[in-house]
Design a protein around this ligand. Structure first.
Ligand code: 6R9
Length: 587
């Protein structure tokens, strides 16, 4: 099929895009200029929460819609910038009352409920560090992250607390306070928790955002590696300038927009572009509390008159599966810009946007570590379906190959595959992996940040995703560590070794598959397979647990005893087995 660049359909650019001349911006822009879009605080201080709400809360803009919550079977609930500022101030006062100090960690374990937004913004206003956790995690990933992050305050719901936190609470001595949002009819307040609403209602709406320095920590996002514990990615308040710049240039957010980001707030996109970026642009957004539902999503795009939509390939492929006819039962006259992130966006999906919604999807690339969009297709430029696009103004990207020494070779030729790298120094670049200085340093080489993704660049400067350099799995947009899944499986008495890989899936991109070696005395069979699946789901949660488990008499290992996931994957998928020189038992 011919995936030549597609021009935007006529009528799509009903408004001039924020970024009109990409080449010029790329040439002339420096990050210092992004500060013009921020208010800042006295003495050079900068606070993300102040930029996102407080500066709009005073005066007439205070009445503007900040968030409209939608939920099935309930009327929509609107929060203005003033309301949101009040709620975040109440939460900041709750934290102060609990004695939470600057830099201490406050986490959430919940979905898109109003309390989450007050918690994020109140935590940042108070100078504490905000850490989101995914509500579909099981108790083990929750325990690992709360413990690594030395989280002092957790905000969750009573239902999630009972299932995921109560069983591990005694392993978390640093977790002093748990505030729960109560569910009507869900019984008494769980022991060891306090009622979120009661705490909020007794707190004042007056709070002046703490004068944090631009380089003070603001966000702690956990992400997954191939080995070892989850990595705590640290971002600073200054990241907000990259959020605003990219929300304008890439998402084309403008005054009066109705923005909708479908990402879950348990992951980086759901916070950076589902809370901070749109608010910091003074733009109102839709928050749908429900999970994916094709007819419902089309209804929202139509009746809420969404103008800018940021979603993900898995969701787009699910919409494609539901059929273009369903999309055409509605009209989307307000829609102006569609964007996607998180996994490779197949060219069919880009073009399908035109057939279904009248607009193509613009792919964007970034990572938890980069803190903001780094590579994108822009409203002012033709899209190359299948390409991630070109670097954001202010970002220097390159394709590199690590050398034997500590340096890299920069690959200049078009079409050559190498590691996608970025020149350090943009404001939302991560400033560390929590308590893991060596792991952080290893990401930088020869003056570049190495992303761990393989890519190539074409002659016109568009980047094309090729794969990852490591074994980390992207399933339905969620980054999953094979090590975390293997460790959970190995807590079962029958399992002696486990090897976990991602296998291709037409909708989710990849799904998790585990191979296990049993201890002697255990019989491989369907009953044990079911038991292991249930064990993994109980510990890890459905979003992380393997979809499939297979038994292996012996897993391929290196001579030093490491499971060779690459080989497991090659064998599973019938791919060439590559270099086997380190395989144990072979010579
Ligand atoms: C924002 C986010 C980062 C990894 C990244 C890459 C993959 C993200 C992509 C993409 C192909 C895109 N990824 N966007 N791959 N095309 N447009 O997703 O952060 O969860 O840290 O994942 O996701 O492999 O390195 P995070």
């Amino acid at each position: 099929m011919d995936w030549s660049p597609i021009a935007k359909p006529r009528g799509a650019l009903r408004r001039e895009p924020c970024l009109m001349d990409y080449e010029q911006a790329r040439r002339d822009f420096t990050w210092g200029q992004a500060n013009n879009w921020l208010s800042g605080l006295r003495g050079g201080a900068l606070n993300m929460a102040f930029e996102a709400v407080d500066r709009y809360a005073a005066g007439a803009s205070g009445e503007r819609l900040a968030i409209r919550f939608l939920a099935r079977g309930a009327p929509s609930a609107d929060l203005s910038f003033r309301d949101l500022a009040d709620a975040s101030h109440r939460f900041a006062n709750v934290l102060s009352r609990l004695g939470v100090q600057r830099g201490e960690r406050v986490a959430t374990l919940m979905g898109r409920v109003p309390a989450l937004y007050a918690t994020v913004l109140g935590t940042l206003a108070e100078g504490a560090v905000y850490c989101p956790l995914f509500s579909a995690f099981g108790p083990e990933p929750v325990r690992a992250r709360l413990s690594l992050g030395s989280v002092r305050v957790l905000v969750t719901t009573d239902l999630l607390y009972r299932r995921k936190v109560a069983p591990i609470r005694d392993q978390l001595p640093q977790l002093e306070h748990v505030l729960v949002v109560r569910t009507p009819g869900a019984g008494d307040l769980p022991a060891g928790t306090a009622d979120f609403e009661v705490a909020m209602n007794t707190a004042s709406t007056e709070f002046a955002a703490v004068h944090t320095a631009p380089d003070d920590y603001a966000l702690l996002h956990f992400t997954s590696g191939t080995t070892g514990q989850p990595k705590g990615v640290l971002h600073v308040h200054a990241a907000v300038s990259a959020h605003v710049a990219t929300a304008r240039w890439v998402l084309d957010l403008q005054a009066g927009d109705v923005y909708w980001c479908t990402a879950d707030p348990g992951w980086v996109t759901g916070i950076s572009y589902g809370v901070i970026a749109p608010l910091a642009c003074g733009v109102g957004m839709i928050v749908d509390r429900e999970e994916f539902d094709a007819p419902r999503w089309y209804e929202i795009l139509d009746t809420e008159r969404v103008t800018v939509w940021y979603t993900a390939p898995t969701a787009i492929r699910m919409l494609m599966k539901a059929g273009v006819e369903l999309a055409r039962t509605r009209t989307y006259p307000a829609l102006r810009h569609l964007a996607s992130v998180g996994e490779p966006l197949n060219p069919e999906a880009v073009v399908w946007g035109v057939a279904a919604l009248g607009l193509p999807f613009h792919d964007t690339w970034w990572q938890t570590e980069t803190g903001a969009i780094m590579i994108a297709n822009y409203a002012c430029m033709p899209i190359r379906p299948g390409s991630m696009g070109r670097p954001v103004p202010g970002i220097e990207a390159g394709i590199v190959r690590p050398r034997e020494d500590d340096g890299v070779d920069v690959v200049e030729a078009a079409g050559e595959v190498g590691e996608l790298a970025l020149r350090p120094g943009w404001p939302s670049m991560f400033r560390g992996y929590l308590n893991e200085e060596a792991r952080y340093r290893k990401c930088f080489r020869g003056g570049w940040y190495l992303s761990g993704d393989l890519a190539q660049r074409d002659a016109d400067g568009y980047y094309w995703f090729v794969g990852r350099t490591d074994d980390v799995i992207k399933a339905a947009g969620h980054l999953i560590s094979p090590f975390e899944v293997e460790s959970a499986l190995m807590t079962h008495p029958a399992v002696s070794q486990a090897g976990v890989i991602g296998i291709p899936d037409p909708i989710a991109g990849s799904v998790v598959k585990a191979f296990v070696e049993l201890k002697s005395g255990y019989e491989a069979g369907e009953a044990l397979q079911r038991e292991l699946l249930a064990h993994a789901r109980r510990l890890l949660g459905v979003a992380v647990a393997p979809r499939e488990i297979a038994f292996a008499a012996q897993l391929p290992r290196t001579r030093s005893g490491k499971i060779m996931r690459r080989l497991l994957r090659a064998r599973e998928l019938g791919l060439p087995e590559g270099d086997l020189s380190t395989l144990e038992g072979d010579s």
